[in-house]
Design a protein. Structure first.
Length: 325
């Protein structure tokens, strides 16, 4: 059972209430209002701080005294490090060797121990789980944990609080499923009926959850290089929570290519004046590329479409390369 009321109480004072911004050009193009949930402006640069806050606040005093272990491609680790510092808890974050240096520096600046282990996310996660067991420290999953999922769902409740109408659709990135699963569950619990269309957007090179949903069970895929490195990694063949949420509660799936992700990053920087990393830009890429389109509507008659810009932590060289093409 996901406790969203408790999750909202846990994030209070730790998580920033991020703005919901209208994208005027996109709204004109689509014939429906497009609102951007700017989690790229979150306190650690991504939505991940929501789930980290809920999980760490829920720790017992004994668990807090031992500290926590996490595995991350960057954003989750940054979030765990930040919340751990706020609560006076020690944290160790395991990351693959290809982690974005901006994220690595952010984690270390907050006083967490950062270990570069493994050439893939799955290798790094195996090391983190083993370390957690050996040291008797709580493992803070990036996606497959009911506290973390409930924390990510606070984003959806915040969107509802910022709007005067229920959106027609909510588009958000899909990786391990904690974000889109939490959004879907929160909206369905809050609204009961007239729930927005929940659209999960995968990067084509990191579509493990999408492949799992199509297979009817968690599967593994080889890790590929991608601009959306925040979405990299598997979902765990023994996935306990996020797979079922995505399978049962997400109505629509689309995927976007590397070139479409890059174009969305450029559009965000040049037209929206927002820095959005590759993984944070996939939902925007789905709209810009036409991979997903709203229902046919009379101009101005439609309810808003909400696009989650989930993170903005990107190396300057990566963004500069995209802008120079």
């Amino acid at each position: 059972m996901l406790d969203f009321a408790q999750a909202q109480a846990s994030v209070r004072g730790i998580v920033r209430r991020t703005p919901l911004l209208e994208a005027y050009e996109l709204s004109k193009t689509l014939g429906a209002p497009v609102l951007l949930k700017a989690e790229c402006l979150q306190v650690t640069g991504s939505f991940k701080v929501r789930g980290a806050a809920v999980r760490l606040v829920a720790l017992s005093e004994d668990e807090r005294s031992r500290g926590v272990v996490a595995c991350s491609s960057g954003n989750h680790g940054w979030a765990v490090a930040y919340v751990a510092q706020c609560l006076g808890i020690s944290a160790t974050v395991c990351m693959p060797t290809w982690v974005d240096p901006v994220k690595l520096e952010g984690i270390r600046a907050l006083g967490a121990e950062a270990l570069l282990v493994g050439d893939t996310f799955d290798e790094s996660e195996a090391h983190a789980l083993a370390l957690s067991r050996a040291s008797l420290r709580c493992y803070v999953s990036a996606y497959d944990d009911p506290w973390v999922i409930a924390g990510q769902g606070t984003l959806a409740l915040e969107i509802l609080d910022q709007m005067h109408v229920v959106p027609d659709a909510v588009l958000a990135p899909l990786a391990g499923g904690g974000l889109i699963g939490g959004i879907a569950a929160a909206l369905q619990e809050k609204l009961l009926e007239d729930v927005p269309r929940i659209v999960a957007v995968s990067a084509a090179n990191t579509a493990v959850m999408l492949a799992s949903v199509r297979a009817g069970k968690p599967v593994d895929l080889p890790e590929q290089e991608t601009l959306a490195n925040a979405l990299a990694g598997g979902i765990g063949l023994d996935n306990q929570y996020s797979f079922e949420l995505v399978r049962d509660r997400v109505q629509e799936h689309v995927s976007v290519s590397e070139s479409e992700i890059e174009a969305a990053m450029v559009y965000a920087a040049t037209s929206l004046r927002l820095v959005v990393e590759g993984g944070g830009a996939v939902a925007l890429a789905a709209l810009l590329s036409g991979a997903w389109q709203p229902h046919a509507l009379e101009p101005g008659a439609g309810r808003p479409v909400v696009v989650v810009l989930s993170g903005g932590n990107v190396a300057p060289a990566t963004l500069a390369s995209a802008l120079s093409r």
